[in-house]
Ligand binder design. Structure first.
Ligand code: ATP
Ligand code: MG
Length: 563
């Protein structure tokens, strides 16, 4: 896997800024709001922010945007730290919170008031809305806009001292109520909220607004390039306005890039949290979730996620990226790494009528077909076996090269067998195949190279390890659930199928965190939450072949054509 990033427009800007001597070193930040778990979109932002710093010998801050007390949770803070580390990045001693700067931010607000560039407004929320105007109509000045500086300073102090109730006053920047950019129509800087904060406790009852806090926190930390998603493009004039007025020592530059949107899923924390609350998934780390925690639990390797966002690239164009692309990165990462094992997901009993009862042979099976140096393991073989229900067909078409009545097939790493008799229950379901094996077809025997068209996997019934295997599918039935009137209506009811599988004995000892290929079926990994030594639980990480690529392409084309 090639991890060298191509030079996208942001890396070009950074390269130029270093070459021109504008900066000696690059400083970036990843600024999550701890109100949910990180998702695949955040992976892109993390890889970009930490990546550009790493590539240029720069540094990156992990800064929690905790300007919204009450909504934030320690669980989310811990999860975010764990996820960034797991992805392979380290902020070292540069973990900060927007709240670390509450004092400095307040001082900056006082200076804006002193400069006549901020005022305390006392309109009600309703009036504020009316005065703001619309996209087509300019706003109007608040009657409080021309309060003298002294009065503003006094009111601001008293706001801070807790003399007023929530919403009674706000501190606003004095910019331009007629600006075509709504963000410049005297945006709020501070609002009163009598809520304790997880870090500052009850020290404050006024809290800074995001735009104000973000621009200045970037400046305080000496961030050189503040990389954010396109929805902040219209906020950039405000971001710059704070810097223009307050002239901090370091002047960061905000650069926007397009969000990463992944097909067949959603990445809004609010909606993800609803899915959990309503019981559609089992939690933030449900393996169907597009969260880092979910993808990790499912068995996606961190390098696959980094590879995926590198391929998706950094652009200014909004686009929906195919899920197949992510799955290809996962397949590639696992293809070389994962050893091969045999497992039967939907078992059908095979009895070898000419194999002595009670006898057990041990077969040698390669751990990796492309790499003999990874050795072999032994797999027990006996009279009763499990094969996959799908590998037998009673009325098979001519091209069906697996098992059929009277037909032959090779059992991987073992013998050729022939199906002699089909046993059914009273309802006509096939419940057992009575077969005979050819003892001379084992490797090393005279007829070991006898050709048959099909090879299937199997597990010895007596030695099989029982396991619950969870087969995941897309969480949604359409590429872009966000365009549905209600995303609930396009939830995939079959996104999880659980089967009682039979595994070869070696899988009973597999360590958590290690992924394997179940031959012919896909990549699987132990579920880190529910697995127990005496009750194994596996997740399907990804299927072997990309059965979705075509369907997905067609569905995405149809959706784009239709909207
Ligand atoms: P959400 O809409 O899911 O709640 P958010 O943007 O509010 O996401 P933050 O915690 O504020 O979430 O995001 C932290 C950083 O991650 C921000 O810089 C944001 O721009 C970036 N980010 C969030 N979603 C994406 C995405 N889909 N693609 C790229 N970057 C993203
Ligand atoms: Mg946000």
């Amino acid at each position: 896997m090639n991890e060298t990033p191509t030079r996208d427009f942001i890396r070009q800007i950074i390269h130029d800024d270093l070459e021109s001597g504008k900066h000696d070193g690059i400083v970036t930040r990843f600024p999550p709001e701890p109100n949910g778990y990180l998702h695949i979109g955040h992976v892109m932002s993390i890889c970009l922010n930490f990546g550009v710093a790493e590539e240029t010998g720069g540094i990156t801050y992990l800064r929690f945007d905790d300007t919204n007390p009450g909504k934030e949770d320690k669980e989310f803070v811990d999860a975010i730290e764990a996820d960034v580390h797991w992805l392979g990045f380290d902020w070292q001693d540069r973990l900060t919170n927007a709240s670390d700067y509450f004092g400095q931010l307040y001082d900056a607000a006082v200076r804006l008031v002193e400069m006549g560039l901020a005022y305390v407004d006392s309109l009600t929320a309703e009036e504020t809305r009316e005065y703001r105007g619309t996209l087509t109509e300019p706003g109007r000045n608040s009657p409080y806009r021309d309060r003298p500086v002294e009065e503003n300073l006094d009111l601001l102090k008293r706001m801070r001292a807790g003399e007023f109730g929530d919403g009674e006053h706000v501190l606003r920047a004095k910019i331009d109520m007629a600006s075509p950019n709504m963000n410049l129509r005297d945006p709020a800087l501070y609002r009163i909220r009598h809520v304790s904060h997880q870090h500052t406790g009850d020290a404050w009852c006024i809290y800074p607004m995001y735009d104000f806090a973000h621009s200045l926190s970037d400046a305080f930390e000496g961030i050189t390039h503040s990389l954010c998603t396109l929805e902040f493009e219209d906020h950039r004039p405000l971001y710059d306005w704070f810097l223009d007025q307050l002239k901090p020592e370091h002047r960061p530059r905000q650069i926007e890039f397009s969000r990463l949107n992944l097909a067949y899923t959603i990445t809004s924390k609010r909606k993800l949290s609803e899915l959990i609350g309503e019981g559609h998934v089992a939690g933030w780390d449900d393996p169907r979730m597009p969260t880092i925690a979910g993808m990790r639990r499912r068995g996606y390797p961190a390098p696959a996620l980094r590879d995926f966002v590198r391929r998706a690239g950094v652009t200014k164009k909004d686009k929906l990226i195919e899920m197949s692309m992510l799955e290809n990165s996962v397949r590639e990462a696992l293809g070389d790494a994962a050893e091969r094992r045999m497992a039967v997901l939907k078992p059908l009993k095979v009895v070898l009528t000419n194999f002595p009862e009670g006898q057990v042979e041990t077969m040698d099976a390669m751990n990796h077909p492309n790499d003999p140096s990874r050795g072999t393991r032994t797999v027990p073989f006996s009279r009763e076996l499990w094969i996959e229900q799908d590998d037998f067909m009673e009325e098979a078409p001519r091209k069906f090269f697996r098992l059929k009545p009277g037909g032959e097939v090779r059992l991987r790493s073992a013998y050729i067998i022939q199906c002699d008799e089909v046993v059914k229950d009273d309802d006509g379901n096939v419940i057992e195949l009575r077969c005979s094996y050819d003892p001379e077809t084992r490797s090393g025997m005279p007829k070991s190279d006898r050709k048959v068209k099909g090879t299937i996997h199997w597990v010895s019934a007596e030695h099989a390890v029982d396991a619950q295997v969870r087969l995941y599918d897309r969480l949604f039935t359409v590429p872009n659930p966000n365009t549905a009137d209600d995303y609930h209506s396009v939830l995939n009811p079959d996104s999880l199928e659980t089967v009682a599988a039979k595994l070869e004995p070696a899988l009973g000892e597999l360590a958590a965190g290690e992924a394997v290929q179940f031959e012919r079926l896909g990549y699987f990994a132990i579920d880190s939450r529910d697995d127990r030594a005496d009750a194994r639980v596996f997740n399907r990480v990804v299927t072997l072949r990309d059965s979705w690529a075509k369907i997905e392409k067609a569905a995405m084309a149809a959706e784009q054509g239709g909207s």
